[in-house]
Ligand binder design. Structure first.
Ligand code: SDX
Length: 431
């Protein structure tokens, strides 16, 4: 813990309490309230954790006002431009940029773990073909603990590392299999001669009937999308993984819990919801109608892909994603994509509207990713599985960090109870 010379004074009635203040290397100071209940007999109240730091971390830092995102101190725009996903995985997992031989060994390890146990293929066949791929992924990833017993002991550092490598390596295979199953095509095995992103595209779009060449520009765009989604501080799904891990649950169960949480349209499901919203809007002339609905307090409709709990400026990932959208659609000869046109017009109209300006609602990572993924040939139902695949390294890195934290305790929040106080049971004849 950093410098603890500063304190906060809390006065309740005639009593005063001194609470330590810690100064981080970046971001706001934090007040340590761990002893508050024991000293003052009161809880703090923070539904949605808008003002609560749930842990220490050294992995990712976001400055919401500046629109900055750092992974182990490196800005996301530099990583997106100069690095690649597996190098970012190494950085998130181990805390530093690898030397050439370290990176080569890491990439070889991941490549050699991309197949899943052959028996697991049967799991997919238990689902309906029209099952959402996220449902399949939650089920299959959770079931990994039934197959990989030799990497479920969370107290064994080597088993933790093997589980980390297995999850990073197998998520693309599982996501691609979920997609193939949903369209009635045979599974395509991973290939060790392809890099991570190209392998995923090959497993999704190749068919046994003919050779499939992955376009290197699309592979680069796919890799960049993976990088942009890799980790993001203590977001809802990462916090879910940490809470599950705090009970000692095995890594596969924790990651399955993270996938389930990511699925929600307020979180990782927003990329699917955003593209469906853009399709529903259809043409730019209908944008004012939807902006009015988003501003209407009586209408639950929100502009999917806009707003963020932390970013009160541009999401730096959206900026990079927007550049990628232009490149990919230009390559595919669909630069006149009506959905992209509507997206750009919607962004312009929203940013010019006082409501969005005063509430600091800017496009987030999900706003442009769907446009790219659809142009690459993915159905909207595959957008969140791709987000889950990318975020697995962030979940695993945060999981590893928490297990190594000597302060780790089982997460068990309290509540502001507003229910009935003690009362006696009433027999049914007297009700
Ligand atoms: C991700 O946390 C992370 O880091 C997440 C993520 C990651 O990498 O892990 O970045 C990935 O989840 C990105 C967010 C994707 N979700 C969406 O695009 C869905 C649409 N966005 C909203 O649901 C919302 O903006 C949230 C959930 C993202 C953030 O909500 P907050 O921080 O809880 O803010 P809020 O709901 O309290 O909204 C504040 C105000 C409200 O108005 P008032 O009650 O103050 O009058 O802004 C309004 C909201 O009504 N508002 C919106 C809006 N988002 C917020 N109004 C219209 N459209 C929107 N999109």
């Amino acid at each position: 813990m950093s410098d603890t010379s500063k304190t906060a004074k809390l006065t309740i009635g005639d009593s005063s309490y001194e609470l330590p203040i810690y100064t981080p290397t970046a971001g706001p100071d934090v007040i340590d309230i761990r002893k508050l209940y024991g000293q003052a007999g009161v809880f703090t109240y923070d539904p949605g954790f808008t003002s609560t730091a749930a842990c220490d971390s050294t992995i990712t830092f976001i400055d919401g006002d500046k629109g900055e995102l750092l992974h182990r101190g490196y800005p996301i725009d530099q990583l997106a431009a100069k690095s690649h996903y597996l190098e970012v995985c190494f950085l998130l997992l181990y805390g530093y940029l690898p030397k050439a031989d370290e990176l080569e060994n890491f990439e070889r390890t991941i490549t050699q773990h991309t197949m899943i146990h052959e028996q697991m293929h049967n799991f997919f066949r238990g689902f309906r073909r029209d099952a959402h791929p996220m449902a399949t992924m939650v089920g299959v990833v959770g079931a990994m603990s039934a197959f990989y017993h030799d990497s479920t002991d969370i107290n064994n550092p080597r088993e933790r590392e093997i589980a980390s490598h297995r999850l990073i390596a197998k998520m693309p295979t599982i996501a691609a299999m979920a997609y193939k199953y949903s369209i009635g095509q045979p599974f395509v095995y991973p290939r060790n001669d392809l890099d991570y992103a190209a392998n995923f595209l090959h497993m999704c779009f190749a068919v046994p009937a003919e050779e499939y060449q992955v376009d290197p520009i699309l592979a680069r765009a796919m890799d960049r999308i993976f990088t942009l989604h890799a980790d993001h501080e203590q977001n809802a799904s990462t916090s879910t993984v940490r809470l599950a891990s705090s009970s000692g649950a095995n890594p596969f169960a924790c990651i399955a819990a993270g996938i389930a949480c990511l699925w929600g349209p307020a979180h990782g499901g927003a990329n699917q919801a955003c593209l469906e919203m853009l399709k529903e809007i259809g043409t730019p002339d209908r944008i004012p109608e939807y902006i009015a609905r988003a501003k209407d307090k009586n209408d639950p409709f929100r502009l999917m892909g806009f707003g963020h709990r932390v970013y009160k400026n541009f999401d730096p990932r959206a900026t990079v994603m927007k550049q990628s959208a232009d490149e990919v659609l230009d390559l595919l000869g669909v630069e006149n994509n009506p959905i992209l046109a509507t997206a750009k017009e919607l962004e312009k109209a929203a940013l010019a509207d006082d409501y969005f300006a005063e509430k600091k609602l800017f496009p987030n990572v999900d706003f442009y990713s769907g446009v790219i993924l659809e142009a690459m040939g993915f159905p909207t139902s595959m957008f969140t599985p791709i987000f889950a695949l990318s975020r697995t390294v962030g979940w695993i890195s945060q999981w590893k960090e928490q297990l190594a934290d000597p302060q780790m305790k089982i997460g068990r929040p309290r509540q502001l109870y507003q229910g009935e106080t003690m009362r006696d049971y009433v027999d049914i004849e007297n009700r």
